[in-house]
Write a protein that binds this ligand. Structure first.
Ligand SMILES: [Fe+2]
Ligand SMILES: [Fe+2]
Length: 273
């Protein structure tokens, strides 16, 4: 299965790059499954139902979230009706929405997409490790199983937590990809037991910024401790940033992995497979 994952879409620049670029990118990569983290799409904070519809129409199959899941409060009443939009599964029981979803993939295949959130340096939620383990117990990966691929978006600040998560589930899922830090890491690879991994996919946003937000006001926050200008997304051309993975439908594990960086300020990267 050919799987494209794109990191946090930030503001209008990120939205425009995604809706403008994804149809051609999806076609060029011949992607079977496209997953996009949408937690910062609405002015940096959350995502609106209209944006969800636009991203799905542009070619995303599943959208994930993170610590900004509820910044657009309309999502609380919307998320239960849209199974292609998931939020971290380790929110407390009773939280609206779901933390994992199974989608149909061309060729009669199915894929499980899961979203978990780390706890180090973040709002503490339930245990993402045990939460993921419980969800995985409901599925069987590979030919003859319930799903032929499993992708987990781990939305976390700490590299150590992301790596620990990936090694814990190495060989049991197809892809573990990190989000939230908004900067693509160079450690994309296939782990020992066959899981593709990248500590952070980077963001779909303007990199002439502080993690997607206008650099002046963002930097000032570190200089002055009185409230200053409100943070707003940077408005230059965005880079689409993420990871592309090809998996074996028989084992459900990764065969090849490569970064994707398209447009904007970042050095460009495109898979050669
Ligand atoms: Fe983010
Ligand atoms: Fe985040």
């Amino acid at each position: 299965m050919r799987i494209l994952f794109l990191g946090d879409v930030v503001g209008r620049a990120g939205r425009d790059a995604l809706t403008g670029g994804l149809p051609a990118l999806r076609a060029r990569l011949r992607a079977d499954l496209v997953v996009v983290n949408a937690e910062n799409a609405s002015h940096g904070f959350g995502v609106s139902p209209d944006m969800v519809r636009a991203f799905l129409a542009a070619g995303a199959d599943v959208l994930t979230l993170g610590n900004h899941s509820w910044d657009r409060k309309e999502l609380v009443g919307y998320i239960d009706g849209e199974p292609r939009l998931i939020r971290p599964l380790n929110y407390p029981p009773g939280t609206p929405g779901r933390g994992a979803t199974v989608v149909d993939v061309p060729g009669g295949r199915k894929a499980l997409v899961m979203n978990v959130m780390g706890r180090l340096f973040m709002e503490p939620l339930d245990d993402p490790f045990r939460g993921a383990q419980a969800e995985l117990a409901k599925h069987k990966l590979g030919a003859g199983g319930s799903v032929q691929a499993i992708l987990v978006d781990i939305h976390a600040e700490a590299t150590s937590e992301k790596m620990s998560f990936a090694h814990s589930f190495d060989g049991r899922v197809s892809v573990v990809v990190g989000t939230h830090t908004h900067v693509p890491s160079a450690d994309y690879r296939i782990l020992e037991n066959g899981t593709a991994y990248q500590t952070d996919a980077g963001m779909c946003g303007d990199y002439d910024s502080v993690i997607g937000m206008q650099k002046g006001p963002a930097a000032l926050r570190f200089w002055k401790k009185v409230p200053g200008e409100k943070l707003a997304p940077a408005e230059g051309t965005a880079s689409l940033s993420g990871l592309f993975v090809e998996t074996d439908d028989t084992t459900g594990l990764a065969l090849r992995v490569a970064p994707v960086r398209q447009g904007g300020l970042l050095s460009q990267a495109f898979p050669d497979f």
